[in-house]
Every structure is written in C-alpha cells, then in structure tokens.
Design a protein around this ligand. Structure first.
Ligand code: ATP
Ligand code: K
Ligand code: MG
Length: 677
C-alpha cells in the first residue's frame, strides 16, 4: 500500500473525477440514502418546476429570486456529493494500486508427487503449491513446509523481506507477495476472489461500506429533526395564510433547507469514509467502519508483553547452573532441549552455546521425539530415545514437572530466577527427568517511548492491562518500566479471554492485539481485535483489524484515530445544529418583514433586505459544506484527554463557533448580495 502520503495532495485527475461523481450522485435513487439531502433535492426540484412552469403556481416571487434559490440549492447538493466523492476517491486510488499486484499468475500446483503449472485463478482452498525464489505467491495460504524470505511490499509498502516458515506464528502468506529466497510449500486457505487482497480492495473502495451503529443513531436523529422542521414549515403556510400573511413557496423551501441539519447531513458519510481511510493510510486494515468506531470507544486495552511492550527478540544472554550442576551439563541439556525448537527463544539457546564454544552431543538427540513449545504447558524439549526426558520452560512449570516426578528443587533456583526476573528478563529452567540443572536468562527490553504512550492512554481514560505468560516478577518489572496500569502474569490463552469478558461484563469496551492461533478466540471476543499480518490465518480471521506492518503497539494509534473519528463527527454535528440557530434569526424576521413591513424590528442582524437576508442565509448554508470538507477529511485536531473534558471543550468550540460563524458569515454575504440585487 502507498505509504508515502501522496494521496493527501489530491491530483487534478482525482478532483475531476470527484466533480463528475458529484453530478452522478444527484440521482434521487442514490440520494434517498441520505434523507436530509434528499429533502433538499425535493425542494430543488419544486423550485425548478416553478421556474419552468411559472403558471402552475400562483407565485408573487420574482423569476430572478427563484433562479437564485434553485442554483444555491443545486450547489448545496453538489457540495455534499463532492465531500463524499473526495473521501471515496482516496480509497479508489489505493484500490487501483492494489489491483496491480493482483494480476493472474501461474502457480506450481502439487498433485500427488507431480507439479503441474496452473493459473492462480484455478486454485481452490486446500490446494498445495510450491513457490520458489523469484516467484509470486499465487494466493493466501499457510506455509506447510520450508522457510523463505518474502517481499511483502505489495501490501505493506515495507521493502525489507520477512521470513515465513512452517509452523508457529509466522506461517501465513499473502497472495501477490514475492518469494525472494529459498522455497516453500504453501497450502491455499482462500477461494479465488476471497483473498486478503480482494477483501482489501473491496474495503478501500468502500464497495461494502455499511453504516455503523453510531452513524445509524446519528442519522436517525438527523432524520427526526428534518421531519420536525418539515412539519413546522408545511404548517406555517396555512397558519400564516389564516392570519392574512402569504408565504411564498421558494421562501418556505429556503427556510426549510436552512433549518434542517444539512451541514452534518452533507458531511456525515465523508467523515466515516475518511476515518476508515486514515486507518488504512496507517497500514491497518479495518474490516468494518464499526471496528474503527469501536476503537474510539475503548476503555480497556489488553496488551501482551513479549513483542508488544518489549522488542520480543528474547535472546539467551546467560546460563546459570544451580548448585551441584556444571555450566557444561546445563548448556548441553539446554541445547538438546532446543535442537528442534524453532522459536526465537529456542534458536537463541543454540546460538549462545555456539558463541560460548560450549559443545553438546547432538547424537543424544538421535531418534528422540521433539516436544514443541506450547503456551499451555509453557515448556519445550525432547523425549530422548533412551527414555530420558529433557525440558526447558517457565520456572514454575518446570518446577512442578520435576516435583511431579519426585525430584528435589535446588534451594538456589528461586534466587537465581528471581534475580533474572527482577532485571526484566525471562528465566527458563532446564531439567532432565527429576533433576533440575539451572536457568537460562532470556533478555528482552522495553521498547523506547512506551511510558509516554501509556501516559497518553491514561489521559484518554483508557486502562492498560499487560497479559503475559511470563512469571509475576518479570511481569512486575516490565509493567513498572513500561508504566501499564495493571498486569496479569502466568496467563494462559484462556486467561486472556477471561480478562476481556470480565471487563466487558463491567460495561467496558476492550481492545487487544495478538498474532497466534491461541490468540484467535480472545481477538474475536474483544471489541477491537488487531491481528498482526505476520500472524496466523486463524488470528487474522478472528480479528476485526489487521496491521500490515505487524507492529502490535500500533493499537495505541488505532484508538487515537477512532477517537478522532467520533470527535470529528460530534464536533461537526454540534457545529451544524448550532449553525441553524443563526440562520433562523436571519430568515424568520425576513420572511415576516416581507409580509408585514412593520416587523422590521425583528431584523436584529440588520440585513440589507428581506430577500437578500434569505439568499445570504441560503448561500452560507451551501458554502459551509465545502469549507468544512478539509476538517471532515483530516479530522479535528486531537489531544489526549478524558472523554468528559473533550466533550465540554468541543461543545464550547464548535457550539459557540457554530453560533458565531454564521452570524458573521451571513452578514458578510449580505453585504455582497445586497449590492448586487
Ligand atoms: N521456546 C520456549 N521453550 C520453553 N519455554 C518457553 C519458550 N518460549 C517461552 N517459554 C516460556 O513460556 C512462557 C509463556 O510463553 P508465552 O509465549 O505464552 O508468553 P510470553 O511470550 O512470555 O508472554 P506474552 O504473552 O507477553 O507474549 C514464557 O514466559 C517462558 O517462560
Ligand atoms: K441547514
Ligand atoms: Mg508470546
């Protein structure tokens, strides 16, 4: 995706396209989706009829006035359409660059033992393909054998290749990305047309855009206001007529259009589209606008420690034997337990042994059975052919394992592992059957700037909970260093779900990040689940957002963008409704002054003439829409602070501004209009 923000500066082509769209969107069948603007369109058509067939209406209003009203109303509609078209245009530009990475390609499909070359469009879910150096991956899938570095710049914009390998959390590959070295066997996980890139294209194009619950609520309010004003204006004519005052239809239409919330009605969908787009520009794919909005309402954020708060490349930096064991034997068993452990932790143990010149008898492992690391057991290792079982893992897990076999726990184990944990490191105990050999010190560091970020979240009123599989002491050290509000240690995958449910039961909205298959249930349970693109298919399917850069700490910015979206909508709604009050003071007196000149005292704005007052209010009502497009698209400036503080600040700025700006604006327009008519 286009990472450089060239999309911000609109090209001439995009502008032209948006102008054309503004006219196409005048189609009433399209317009009806926006009832406020549909009412404006109906009014526009009535005025047009009065211009074309003046005899049909007993109207005193001059042709010139009617024509002016018609054009102002037409422009009101076009401006609103333009706002939406501009917002959509940015997504379309992105979609077309994505489509380029989705051309048909050939694939080496594996049928039995033989390889046949087929077109990527013929691949079905479950098919297995072989992708070698220089070739494109023909569809979304999971690496089932091999290891390769893959250039994912087509979707992430990031040029550094990433490693993809079978098993573990880095096994998913995306169609349209390129293998730059080695060879992998990939099992397809999506049907043609339903791949990740297909979904991305549909998303950024807005093809599947649905109104969010928040938008629906606001639309309902806007429609109610529109209906109320419609009734007021329609009943005004007979009442006035009863009192001997004749109100002209174009003037009543002008009044109606000024009173109904056209500003927010015209900008509402642009705000939503632009909010989604801001998330996409940030290389995060939101599966729905609802997800982005939910991010703005988050009260609690669950983060894991390793890789989110810390860098996560936990490396063995030291080995400490317990009393009675030698460093050589500890190192040997640590290495044996890691021989087939493909996790970064496991590999780092072998690297440490190599760097320290520690030898181990690899023959010991011959015929042995590998025991894979699982978050449930928090151990990994090897069952040797001679019956001995070698394990390394979280200290409490290995301690229990040794104790269950009747082994003694060396007295210095606790002190050694506590020292490591207090430094923020992860201690891994190493044992063979019922004998404990010592501890591996896995070093990890907190990412810089984390404390400031958590401070910001606190100012936003968001509680942060670090959820880690690590021991309580390490967890406490890292939690303190990073400045999270709370932490849960020795957490198994189901504990993450439990925390989320507990918070949700208290009425909180919860966000979390994850990348593993074991995170999938929690990602689905959370209101905002952000999966890493590097993660497993299961995690990506369960989540409602995917970060293409696989940076879990991005959840913080996603929340800020969501908040900004909600704020922008709230601010412009406040502004729009406040605005209408000012227009009311311009139009109502003018209307009655036309009928009863003695009512001149009502002209508190001291506008030039009744007709110029009405036209000025209507012109202001129209041009405020394009003037606010940049704000709707960029979003209002956002500073972290609590929800209630934000609300009062915004009501003050946009409410008061919404009253003052139109008074000034209408007065200025009236100067010009009055000179002219
Ligand atoms: N390859 C491994 N072999 C054995 N034990 C491991 C291995 N990797 C991690 N562990 C142990 O298992 C524990 C739990 O790991 P898990 O990945 O579930 O959580 P974590 O990485 O510590 O925390 P987080 O949830 O913050 O990522 C770790 O704290 C560590 O003690
Ligand atoms: K209005
Ligand atoms: Mg982990």
């Amino acid at each position: 995706m286009n990472r450089n923000k060239t999309n911000n500066a609109l090209s001439a082509g995009a502008l032209k396209q948006a102008v054309r769209e503004s006219f196409i969107k005048l189609n009433p069948a399209v317009m009806i989706k926006n009832p406020v603007m549909f009412v404006v369109e109906a009014g526009t058509l009535i005025v047009l009829l009065m211009i074309v067939f003046p005899r049909l209406f007993q109207s005193q209003a001059t042709m010139g006035f009617n024509i002016a009203v018609f054009f102002i109303l037409l422009f009101t509609l076009l401006f609103a359409n333009f706002a939406e078209a501009i917002a959509e245009g940015r997504g379309k530009a992105q979609a077309s660059s994505l489509k380029k990475s989705k051309q048909d390609m050939s694939a080496n499909k594996l049928v039995g033992e033989a390889v046949t070359v087929v077109s990527s469009t013929e691949l079905r879910k479950g098919d297995v393909v072989i992708v070698s150096q220089g070739e494109m991956i023909p569809g979304d899938g999971e690496v089932i054998a091999g290891l390769a570095s893959v250039d994912e710049s087509a979707i992430t914009g990031e040029s550094a290749p990433v490693i993809k390998e079978a098993g573990g959390d880095f096994s998913s590959v995306t169609g349209g990305t390129r293998v730059v070295s080695d060879q992998i066997k990939v099992r397809m996980t999506s049907e043609p047309g339903q791949s990740f890139i297909d979904r991305m294209i549909a998303l950024v194009e807005g093809a599947k855009r649905q109104k969010t619950p928040n938008e629906i609520a606001l639309s309902t309010l806007l429609i109610s206001l529109t209906i109320i004003f419609l009734i007021v204006v329609v009943t005004l004519a007979p009442i006035a007529s009863y009192l001997g005052i004749e109100l002209e239809i174009p003037i009543l239409i002008a009044l109606l259009v000024c009173l109904i919330p056209t500003t927010i009605g015209g900008l509402l969908s642009a705000i939503g589209i632009a909010g989604m787009d801001r998330v996409t520009q940030f290389n995060v794919l939101a599966m729905s606008g609802k997800a982005v909005e939910a991010a703005g309402d988050i009260n609690t954020m669950i983060l894991d420690k390793t890789g989110t708060i810390t860098f996560g490349n936990r490396m063995a930096s030291d080995l400490v034997p317990v009393a009675g064991s030698s460093i050589e034997s500890l190192s040997e068993w640590a290495a044996i337990s890691s021989l087939m452990d493909e996790t970064p932790e496991g590999r780092s143990v072998l690297e440490w042994a190599k760097k320290q010149g520690m030898s181990y008898d690899a023959a010991l492992a011959a015929g042995g059975e590998f025991v894979e690391f699982k978050a449930e057991t928090r151990m990994s290792g090897m069952d040797l052919a001679d019956g001995r079982r070698v394990r390394k893992g979280a200290v409490d897990a290995v301690r229990k394992w040794v104790a269950a076999q009747g082994g003694d726990i060396p007295p210095d184990l606790e002190q050694i592992s506590n020292t490591i944990a207090t430094l923020g490191g992860t201690p891994l105990a190493v044992a063979v059957d019922n004998r404990m050999f010592g501890v591996i010190y896995l070093k990890d560091t907190v990412k810089p700037g984390m404390k400031e970020r958590f401070d910001q979240l606190r100012e936003m009123g968001i509680k942060t909970i670090m959820c880690t599989g690590d021991n309580p002491l390490t967890a406490a050290t890292i939690a303190r260093e990073a400045g999270v509000d709370d932490f849960i240690a020795e957490a198994k995958p189901e504990d993450k779900i439990a925390v989320i449910r507990r918070e949700q039961a208290e009425g909180k909205m919860v966000a979390m990040t994850g990348d593993g298959t074991n995170d999938a249930p929690a990602l689905a349970q959370a209101d905002v689940g952000l999966a890493m693109n590097s993660g497993t298919i299961a995690a990506k399917e369960a989540a409602n957002m995917v970060d293409l850069d696989s940076d879990p700490s991005k959840i913080i910015e996603v929340v800020a963008i969501g908040k900004q979206l909600l704020m922008t909508r709230g601010a412009l709604t406040t502004f729009s409704i406040a605005n209408d009050i000012a227009k009311y003071f311009a139009i109502i007196p003018a209307m009655f002054m036309l009928a009863i000149p003695e009512m001149g005292v009502l002209n508190i704005m001291n506008l030039g003439s009744p007709l110029s007052a009405i036209l000025s209010a209507l012109i202001f009502n129209a041009i405020i829409i394009p003037l606010l497009i940049p704000l709707a698209i960029k979003g209002v400036a956002y500073k972290p602070m609590s929800g209630s503080k934000l609300l009062s600040r915004n009501v003050f700025i946009y409410g008061l501004g919404g009253v003052i700006v139109p008074f000034v604006g209408i007065k200025l327009i009236d100067f010009a209009v009055h000179l002219w008519i």
